[in-house]
Design a protein around this ligand. Sequence first.
Ligand SMILES: [Zn+2]
Length: 232
Amino acid sequence: MKVVQCWDDGVITDGRLIDILRRHGAKATFNLNPGLMDPEKRGGCAWRKQGEGTWNHNFGFGVGKFSLRDIPEIYSGFELASHCWRHENAGSIPDAEWIKSAMDARKFLEDIVQKPCRGFAWPCGVSTQGTIDLLRENGFAYGRTTQNTYDVRDCDEPLALASNCHFKDPGFWDRYSKAKATGVFYFWGHTYEMYQYDDMWDSFESMIKYISDDPDAEWADVINIVPMLRGA
Ligand SMILES: [Zn+2]
């Protein structure tokens, strides 16, 4: 079974995740919004009190961002994909502006990694038929939604691709074992969801180690499963 994962928003806690992935030889794709990253300065620390940043998550904390200058080193060896320039939801702005945002992020990342970045993750999981068509016309290979499925291959529209589950799904291991019959297991998340809590990070590392040690599993990049989709 090919196991693929992707992580959204390019937040500073991605660094801690990447250390874990490197320790266990795991692959991953990171869906970035370059327009929300400072050219030079990092968020400073992982956690900012509410009000100090432009964006916040639970418990009144907001997570910092890497700088654009950090991208090549931090994400070296991992796949990068567009998550729009400034995380614009499909339908929230005119479609012509929206596809420019999706493409600007892609071109920016392609300039850094010097190879095609044809992946996409829908900001907030929101898609419309018009923006799906625009992604296809502009050569994107897939667009990950926030929908769950038991069989990732059972997908007529790769630009509205469901994963098996979010990494904190209580049914994660049930879905993982059921996915063995399909040949693909795909999970996703945001690294800020593990906050600054060491026990969550430890349990995440155990998950990654389990998968790396599983003789039935083989890490792959999301882009590699596209040819296995029914609608590809
Ligand atoms: Zn996002």
